[in-house]
Design a protein around this ligand. Structure first.
Ligand code: GLU
Length: 379
């Protein structure tokens, strides 16, 4: 799998996470699995592994397959219906992976994750160890959300964002979102003939955020919005991400051959394992807006001091993850709050040596210590 027009981010990647969407795996309308297509992707995975790469798959499809088998009506499902559909569909999905994987000598390992497995550090480390052991033993992990027990409050809800968390968890070099579109456009291409394809995104600016419409197809949960959310996580965790079309046979070979797609390049900072976990938090509990001086200081590796804060928002406790925003609201990074919301609000714009006087106690000079910070370098 080498081609002259292969991107270095792909060629050099040692560990690759590939997200396969429901709309690609299922025949529209019938809820049956596209076995020939799945076989083609497993053939690609076998070839990538031959070339010395490790691969982890994040596969959707359980709910769509299960709803077909249970003859559930089309349209949005109630939570309990999708939980039941997932229970039926997941076993069908796993069986198909096992059967087709065997053709290419792939030992399939099914891993079902719930939100807490990436949010809580102890469970995160546990899941990370299991995935690492599976890779060491030469198995091919096929991951999905454990939809049968996931409820509205405790679920990822879409596999775009789940796959970014998995990529951070296994310290992947590259995340592939195989989708029904071949990348990001300046406007929805089916509605706007002037929409331009964007081959490379080096920084997720507010304009890029705005290009993400909201729509997904009926089968897939995520539209472009969840893909851009995934890109935020991947980039801060030091992972290159590519959105590529899965509407062809051998879609991973197509990437090797330089297919049209959109690459989101990782921020160039070396990222520690703890920072990857911080970046991968699904639901930060709040946000802090910082001034331009703090942006520069953070980009140089400093902690975030109260003096650089201009606003805080949300309902966070000390130790919770918060988003760091520039004055225009643009997300710059994430970090673990050193003070809770009420304290942080009182510390806005103040000097660190005033903390004790203002609060009556102090936990340290910084609102976010630099070891608790996953920050994207600018430009
Ligand atoms: N976990 C869901 C399933 O397997 C898919 C979520 C998504 O489409 O992103 O059906």
């Amino acid at each position: 799998m080498t081609a002259p027009n292969q991107r270095p981010e792909w060629h050099d990647a040692k560990r690759i996470v590939v997200k396969i969407g429901s709309a690609l795996l299922n025949e529209p309308g019938t809820g049956t699995l596209k076995e020939a297509w799945l076989a083609s992707i497993l053939a690609d995975v076998a070839e990538l592994r031959e070339a010395g790469k490790e691969v982890v798959l994040v596969s959707s499809g359980a709910v769509a397959l299960g709803r077909g088998k249970l003859d559930l009506p089309s349209g949005p499902l109630k939570l309990k219906q999708s939980q039941a559909a997932a229970a039926v569909g997941q076993i069908t999905l796993a069986h198909a992976y096992q059967k087709l994987g065997a053709i290419y000598g792939l030992q399939i390992a099914q891993v079902l994750l719930t939100l807490g497995d990436t949010e809580e550090r102890r469970r995160y480390l546990n899941a990370r160890h299991t995935l690492q052991e599976l890779l060491l033993l030469g198995a091919l992990p096929v991951i999905n959300e454990n939809d049968t027990v996931a409820s509205a409050e405790i679920r990822y809800g879409d596999n775009d964002r789940l796959s970014a968390r998995v990529a951070a968890m296994v310290s992947a070099d590259c995340l592939v979102l195989l989708s029904d579109v071949d990348g990001l456009y300046t406007a929805p291409p089916d509605q706007n003939p002037d929409a331009k394809h964007i081959p490379v995104v080096k920084e997720i600016t507010p304009e890029i955020d705005d290009m993400a419409g909201d729509a997904g197809t009926e089968l897939s949960k995520g539209g472009m919005k969840t893909k851009i959310d995934a890109a935020h996580v991947a980039r801060i965790a030091g992972i290159h991400m590519v959105i590529s079309s899965g509407h062809c046979s051998h879609p991973l070979k197509a990437i090797s051959d330089g297919a049209k797609c959109t690459w989101f390049l990782a921020s160039s900072d070396p990222v520690t394992a703890k920072k990857k976990w911080i970046a991968s938090q699904l639901e930060p509990q709040g946000s802090v807006t910082v001034d331009n001086g703090a942006v520069k200081a953070l980009a140089n590796g400093s902690s975030l001091l109260p003096a650089g804060m201009t606003d805080v928002d949300g309902d966070f406790d000390r130790g919770d993850a918060v988003i760091i925003r520039a004055q225009d609201g643009h997300e710059l990074g994430r970090g673990l709050a050193g003070y809770n919301y009420a304290d942080a609000k009182r510390l806005i714009g103040r000097q660190s040596d005033e903390i004790e006087e203002i609060l009556g106690y102090r936990f340290g000079d910084a609102f976010i210590h630099n070891s608790d910070l996953a920050f994207e370098k600018l430009g």
